[in-house]
Design a protein around this ligand. Sequence first.
Ligand SMILES: Nc1ncnc2c1ncn2[C@@H]1O[C@H](COP(=O)(O)OP(=O)(O)OP(=O)(O)O)[C@@H](O)[C@H]1O
Ligand SMILES: [Mg+2]
Length: 357
Amino acid sequence: MKVTDLELTNFRNYKYLSVKFDDGINYIVGDNAKGKTNLVEAIYTLSFGKSFRTNDTLELINKDSKYSIIKAKTKSETSSKDIDIYLLLKGKKIRVNQKPVERLSQLNEILNVLCFTPKDVNLLKEAPSLRRRFLNQNISKNSQTYLSSLMDYETVLRQRNDALKLEKINFDLLQILTDYLIRLSKPIYEYRQKFVKRINEILKDVYKEISLTDEILKIKYKPFLDSEDHYEEELKELYASTLQEDVKKKVTTIGIHKEDFEIYLGDRNLGIYGSQGENRLAVIALKIAPYFLAKSDKEKPIIVLDDVLSELDTNHEKNLLEYLKTFNQVFITNTKKSDYYQGKYYICDNNVIVKED
Ligand SMILES: Nc1ncnc2c1ncn2[C@@H]1O[C@H](COP(=O)(O)OP(=O)(O)OP(=O)(O)O)[C@@H](O)[C@H]1O
Ligand SMILES: [Mg+2]
């Protein structure tokens, strides 16, 4: 997968931009506040239909405009597709080859973007919801079944929470919704288990490549109920034992919507003991690892690394750039050129991006 052409109209600081990208590394360099993150944000939006910085579409529209357009030409093993995203004051319209998309996950199938931004550095130390999002996003990309189970789970969870908020609780309805939640939990738990096992095999190698150590990095999945053989029965008992508390708090207090994972380097939990640099490298590895889940070389995702180099020491910078050369298409931003990058630079300077000759 790759983006060959990008055209931005009224997107953030770009009034109009048209740029062609290459295979391999696209190194975008520019001073602070020139539009580097805005550019990679547009690429991310092509993949997810939304930004990594905001849920408010209005922020993406240039402040002097009333709409914004992101257009891209993409290529994969089997096809070339045009993606057009219209960001309007009231919502957005997304088209693929001039046809409206039916579901947002269609975008991801055309352009799968794995993105690291500076705020991800704290992924291991922050709230579980961010780590859960990592799991959910990456498993959903590879399984429509997981995505629909998760969406159904969220709907039933909302209904159960609403039922718990009623003045007079209908316990029969509550039981039906609980049973439904239990049935939906099992496949989600199994998918998460399988994914973590698979990603750990990859993660170990990716971390070795980028960290220049032999230490083993792995995810430790923390299911709220760990049971191989009697999952549904045990879950039933668990929900029965927390019913009083759920009623008192008027919310579903346990469930797969609360699950989390930890990251270990050797026997150290990085969320607790990791240095800033270790955390950074671990999260980069975590973000890159799903690249190797793609079935064929040409279907491999695009990697976006925003501001990743500035905080790395010389050896790690050199090593990471060397490693990234082996990937299909990478976007990397920095305020400085690198002594270790021999390719051409895209110079980002207020509204324009020029490829250096
Ligand atoms: N909706 C908008 N309309 C106009 N300008 C915007 C809008 N949103 C953001 N900007 C401006 O775009 C400029 C570039 O922002 P961006 O985050 O891309 O900078 P950057 O090159 O990544 O800088 P840094 O090196 O500091 O990370 C900023 O000055 C910002 O104020
Ligand atoms: Mg930036």
